[in-house]
Design a protein around this ligand. Structure first.
Ligand code: PMP
Length: 456
């Protein structure tokens, strides 16, 4: 064991990690990155097939972003947004307003995806008090939704394996059916369109009776990523936007995972031409360089917070690092790269290669459902794909495949028995081809072992 692995195991408690297993197994120590690759301290190269937790959209060590951060470092690393302005945060805010759907005109900065959601929840709650409707306090969320790990974000989240243990600590929400057709089992519903109509009817039935107590609905658009890349039916978020508008309920769209090009458009909302009342951003916002979150709001919301101090209209919320200049400088440089390199315009052939492989994977014996949305994919394993019988979870099938892929130079992660693939947006067609071929090889290898020991 090298000294870093030793120190890590001695001193660090890793996120989302059962530390017993971590400490018992050999772990990789990353030394540096370059483009779409990571290099460990032993000099081995790995494709970064998850953009380092879905953030490094422009790859690693992008010269333009490195330089922007260094330039800012020569000026100042941090100064507070409480009572002061800094140049990069102002520049980034202007850019964010320009690139997000029309109508989102103000940016509230925070530190990460969870705190961007936390701010949105509190803004929605306070907004209705300003509007003279303080009884509108409830939040509607989706089954199997994930919005982060702070207590408010967990309250509006809904993934049992992560959240069940905290239930007594959380505020109640109204949960709607998880909008994944593959995982649904509603009698009489046989197509994705019927399923979408069912979901929207369910929402309308609830809002008809209860909208006077609902503050906001929060959804991840198109894909519920952390639940295992669950895909929503086409037209679903458009329908949700229409209903939330009709029943006077705020719509918070959490684009933490989907934002900044991941779904093939700069923001997932654009796929269905909608504008929410609030949009939560993080991850790709600094191209993976530094922690930063942003909650975008409409003028309608922002304006209700204007008034005298004594009126209690101030949004009393913020963090020490809110609007950090280094992070914002990285954000500005990252957004400039989208324009300079035509990142979005160059995605279609890359998405097509992913689609080809997804199609192929769907023919594999133990792949229940491989699915894709733009530059992200989830490959869900099943022991019996026809009967949708999962593997015994203690076999850690997808985890085993991810470990095997490392042997061949690809880093991917799993969520339960779903393998997640989210390469940097700047990966070339050939690099994506290589990454997915490695993944298929690893899948094949593990599947052959299953066949050999068919008693497992
Ligand atoms: N919302 C969504 C949709 C996410 O996918 C995530 C993180 N995976 C978060 C919020 C939380 O972001 P963070 O981990 O930066 O707090």
């Amino acid at each position: 064991m090298n000294q870093w692995e030793f120190m890590d195991k001695e001193y660090i408690w890793h996120p989302f990690t059962q530390m017993k297993g971590w400490n018992e197994n050999k772990q990789l120590v990353i030394d540096h990155g370059e483009g779409v690759k990571l290099y460990d301290v032993e000099g081995n190269a790995y494709y970064d097939g998850i953009s380092s937790l879905w953030v490094n959209i422009h790859g690693h060590r992008r010269r333009e972003i490195d330089e922007a951060v260094k330039k800012q470092l020569d000026k100042i690393a941090h100064t507070t947004l409480l009572g002061l302005i800094n140049k990069p945060s102002a520049e980034l805010a202007k850019k964010l307003v320009e690139v997000t759907p029309k109508g989102l005109n103000k940016v509230f900065y925070s530190d990460d995806g969870s705190t961007a959601v936390e701010a949105a929840v509190k803004i929605a709650f306070q907004y209705w008090q300003h509007k003279g409707l303080p009884e509108k306090q409830q939040f509607i969320n989706l089954g199997d939704s994930y919005h982060g790990d702070t207590v408010g974000a967990v309250s509006v989240g809904n993934i049992d394996v992560f959240h069940k243990v905290y239930k007594p600590l959380l505020f109640n929400t109204k949960k709607m059916t998880c909008p994944s057709f593959y995982h649904s089992s509603i009698e009489g519903i046989n197509s994705e369109i019927e399923f979408r109509d069912f979901l929207l009817q369910e929402l309308e039935d609830y809002l008809k009776e209860n909208s006077d107590k609902v503050a906001a609905m929060i959804i991840e658009p198109l894909v519920q990523a952390a639940a295992g890349m669950l895909m929503q039916p086409k037209g679903y978020i458009k329908g949700v936007r229409e209903l939330t508008e009709k029943y006077n309920v705020l719509l918070i769209i959490d684009e933490v995972a989907t934002g900044f090009g991941r779904t093939g458009k700069l923001f997932a909302c654009e796929n269905e031409g909608i504008c929410p009342d609030m949009m939560c951003l993080s991850k790709g916002i600094t191209a993976g360089y530094m922690a930063l979150g942003a909650t975008m709001v409409t003028d309608e919301i922002y304006n209700t917070f204007l008034g005298e101090a004594a009126e209690y209209k101030t949004f009393y919320h913020g963090h020490s690092y809110t609007g950090n200049p280094l992070a914002c400088a990285a954000g500005v440089a990252g957004l400039e790269l989208f324009e300079k390199d035509d990142v979005i315009e160059n995605l279609p052939p890359k998405m097509a290669v992913i689609a080809e492989h997804i199609q192929k994977m769907n023919t594999m014996k133990y792949v229940g459902n491989a699915r894709q949305c733009g530059m992200l994919a989830g490959i869900e394993l099943m022991h019996d794909k026809n009967l949708k019988i999962p593997f015994d979870s203690t076999l850690l099938m997808a985890g085993g495949i991810c470990q095997t892929a490392r042997k061949y130079g690809l880093i991917v992660r799993n969520i339960g028995d779903v393998i997640i693939f989210m390469p940097p947006l700047v990966s070339t067609v050939q690099q994506i081809e290589e990454m997915l071929s490695i993944l298929e090889q690893a899948m094949q290898e593990v599947f052959e072992k299953v066949d050999l020991h068919s008693n497992i």
